[in-house]
Design a binder for this molecule. Sequence first.
Ligand code: ADP
Ligand code: MG
Length: 329
Amino acid sequence: MARQEFINLEHVGEFGLINRIAGIFGGQKQPGLIQGIGDDAAVVKIGHGLAMIFTTDMLIEDVHFSLEYEDFFDIGWKSLAVNLSDIASMGGRPKWGVVSVGLPVNIPVDNVDKLAQGIASLARKYQVAIVGGDTVKSPDRLVINIALLGESAQKDVLYRRGAVAGDALFVTGKLGEAAAGLEALKTGRQISKLLLKRYRRPEPRIKESALLVKHKLASSMIDVSDGLSLSVKFICQQSKTGAKIYLDKIPLNRQLASNNYQQALHWALNGGEDYELLFTVPPPKIKKALGFFPKGLIGEIVPGKKITLLDQNNQEVNFKNSGYDHFKK
Ligand code: ADP
Ligand code: MG
């Protein structure tokens, strides 16, 4: 009998694993399905030119958050923010959510209230109704999963795959601030309130997304949840293009950049949890996009496959292209 080969998660990595699972779930043949596995959210036709946008994200204690650094309100807030960000990255309007929690039995009820209040507060801000969920016991760690539905005119949905050579690459805001906040929490280093807030209470870019849709400025979009380099890689892979990134144009926190530029740049490229949007803009629309995001232009989509990082002298720089992978060491 052939010996069963044991392949562990570390070996395939998070994205290799998702590809395997996608293969098992099979093709995406159902009528009405526009986008299945492979973008920030799934997209389904619902008639009258409308599309439903569907996403889910799970946060686990000591993987995505630690009770040492964040309070329950923050954790609730973030668990919805990460889902809102995925709807925003598709150009959608978030509408309805369901919230499932796995709770260790010793958790004080007050803390569960705070968790729910964190979710409710962000839900109110973006007119999302929480319409259900599930509550179960967890052996020792807190688990939260939210699934969120949004909608959009079908023609307005933005995918990772729409970039074309010649398009400009834009981001909605500063990168690397959340990673700096987390690092300060871990090391106990003094850091500004703003940076801590960027980590603890990320603001999903719903308004920016709506603006891009309203003015039809973007050809593709993704959120920056695991570092800029990984987001650019996904846009390029799905659009079958390459890209140039002008490192000196990446919007950084001024204080962080002046303290240690290389570190600030590393956080922007490879740190996680900024939840800004990365989008591409066709040449005739670049001027208008710059009107809304004057410091947002960070690169260009080019033919081929290669992603090149350029310094201020247009020299190629080698930076490790990592980003966060749940299973790789
Ligand atoms: P994001 O970080 O933007 O939420 P992910 O990187 O988690 O996206 O997922 C990439 C794609 O793979 C998405 O389309 C997601 O829905 C899909 N996906 C991830 N995990 C699974 C799974 N266990 N089963 C089916 N699809 C999955
Ligand atoms: Mg995403």
